[in-house]
Write a protein that binds this ligand. Structure first.
Ligand SMILES: Nc1ncnc2c1ncn2[C@@H]1O[C@H](COP(=O)(O)OP(=O)(O)OP(=O)(O)O)[C@@H](O)[C@H]1O
Length: 514
């Protein structure tokens, strides 16, 4: 038997080797293909190309959970939101591109994709070269001195210690920060931060430089000096993106303008053609009444919420030639497939959701019977047996701040009470569990309370004796909720605290007569 086995395994080894060789050949082909693509890009002088770029900010997994469980509010503002829709553009060597648009139109979102700090939902972005971004204060470490920030940034760019020290005096001199270079950045004004960021970035010699409002805060001398440096940079065939609400800057510094309007490219072309159109729009917008402006913003925002992949596909079919549209449709399908995988609830979240439902169900039964969740009759002084470390107790329900803001002790029906301010994510049964009460206890103290309608900020009365329970007793009954809050969900989630963007144009956008 053994020789046969040997022969078998010998054959298998041969097959495996063949397979490995084939895989290597394939990898080689893939590499050659991508090298070819890169060199094609370089040859054509194409620096950045965006095709069908679309970005959807989704409800966070927390919000999805709440929506599924019917907890908290789910209004229009909290829907998935398309910050960019079907954005197409090409930028070549030596071009300076202005990015303009009202507040919230998607400028930062687009640049975050170009500097690779944000992924795209659909479409394709080709970038040929190193990108460096200057935004007010962004990327600087507040606790470090200006000098140490220079060292840090240069190290991150792969420079050696010697190279950094050689460049140091040039950067420091350009920054005009004088003795402040050895002070911590947290002591800098926004203008000083911008000077430091610009000096570091321009001296790093990136291929693509993004200037995100950074030069709007510096003084005019520094701004002029920076502009000169930028022109030199452009002469070398480098590419610059400038985001500014200052039309004069855009006019002076850029060759082309991308005008973003509620996530779409309204116009892309020569600055001399696009900027006047944008300014005309601003003038028209400013001529509207307050109500009309609000209505306009609401309508546009709704379009961003109602957008869909189907709409993107339709736009592609309507606007592109047949060959382009076919490859574009494939591109949309591929990217959407990927994003669908990402946006699905994780198994952990599904498990937590189930746990949450079970806790709610059993606590409902328990409170109806006047018992704790483990079936123990609640008696004063009885120690709870269930539990988790205090740190696992949800911040929303037991954080010190909620105590601080909620302790105004008083009496109700002979019971000493205190005010508890409802936090985001709270539900009655969880508050009850955390504070060692039953739902009935809470309802007795708050007879007008509708348990399914509690909202953050609402004040409810709780029995004072129970107040210290969470900190003194280990309790785990609320593990489901606390874990949900602590779960490290994916990025790019909707920040429900994000204010509705103030789309009122900045006054600086009104054309300056130069
Ligand atoms: N992480 C996020 N989650 C949800 N929505 C987001 C997120 N980031 C941005 N948005 C929304 O996307 C839209 C575009 O935002 P973005 O910051 O790109 O606009 P902007 O044009 O740079 O605005 P501004 O001129 O005010 O800087 C806005 O409506 C914003 O509320």
């Amino acid at each position: 038997m053994s020789p046969v086995i040997k022969q078998d395994s010998g054959l298998k080894n041969l097959e495996l080797k063949n397979l490995e060789l084939k895989n290597l050949e394939l990898k080689d082909l893939e590499l050659k293909d991508s090298e070819l693509k890169d060199s094609e890009l370089k040859d054509s002088g194409l620096k950045v190309r965006g095709r069908l770029i679309s970005k959807k900010f989704e409800l966070s997994q927390n919000e999805k959970l709440k929506e599924l469980l019917g907890i908290g509010q789910t209004n229009q503002e909290m829907k998935d939101f398309w910050a960019l829709r079907n954005v197409n553009f090409e930028v070549y060597d030596g071009e300076a591109i202005g990015v303009v648009g009202l507040n919230g139109s998607g400028k930062s979102t687009l640049l975050n994709m170009i500097d690779r700090s944000l992924s795209i939902t659909a479409g394709e972005l080709e970038i040929n070269g190193e990108v460096s971004r200057i935004a007010i204060g962004a990327g600087l470490k507040a606790d470090l001195t200006g000098r140490d920030n220079i060292r840090l940034k240069c190290t991150m760019m792969g420079m050696s210690k010697k190279q950094i020290e050689d460049k140091m005096s040039e950067i420091v001199q350009f920054s005009e920060l004088g003795p402040f270079i050895d002070r911590q950045v947290k002591d800098y004004s926004s203008g000083m931060r911008s000077k430091l960021a610009f000096s570091i970035a321009i001296n790093q010699d990136p291929d693509i430089l993004i200037i995100d409002e950074a030069l709007s805060v510096g003084d005019s001398t520094f701004s002029a000096k920076s502009a000169k440096k930028m022109f030199e940079f452009r002469e070398k065939g480098k590419t610059i993106f400038v985001v500014s609400h200052n039309s004069a800057q855009i006019q002076k510094w850029t060759d082309k303008v991308i005008w973003l309007h509620y996530g779409e490219v309204k116009e892309y072309g020569a600055t001399k053609d696009v900027l006047p159109k944008y300014q005309a729009f601003i003038n028209w917008f400013n001529s509207l009444s307050r109500e009309q402006q609000e209505q306009y913003k609401l309508d546009r925002r709704k379009e961003q919420q109602d957008y869909s992949v189907a709409a993107l596909k339709q736009e592609v079919l309507d606007n592109a030639s047949e060959s382009v549209s076919q490859s574009s449709l494939t591109l949309i399908d591929e990217t959407i497939k990927k994003s669908k995988k990402r946006s699905k609830l994780t198994w952990t979240s599904k498990g937590l959701m189930l746990l949450c439902v079970l806790v709610m169900f059993f606590s409902g039964i328990a409170s109806a019977k006047g018992q704790s969740i483990l079936g123990l009759k609640k008696t004063a002084g009885m120690k709870q047996t269930t539990t988790v470390k205090p740190s696992k107790v949800p911040k929303s329900s037991t954080s010190k701040s909620s105590h601080k803001s909620s302790t105004s002790a008083n009496q109700k029906n002979g019971v000493e009470t205190f005010d508890y301010i409802v936090k985001e994510g709270d539900i009655i049964s969880n508050i009850a569990l955390v504070y060692g009460l039953t739902n009935d206890d809470i309802m007795k103290l708050n007879p007008n309370l509708n348990p399914s309608l509690i909202t953050p900020g609402m004040v409810i009365k709780l029995q004072k004796a129970a107040k210290n329970k969470p900190s003194s007793t280990d309790t785990t009954t609320d593990a489901s909720v606390s874990s949900v809050e602590e779960d490290n969900f994916e990025d790019e989630t909707i920040d429900t605290t994000t204010d509705t963007p103030n789309n009122l144009p900045d006054s600086r956008t009104i054309p300056e007569s130069e």
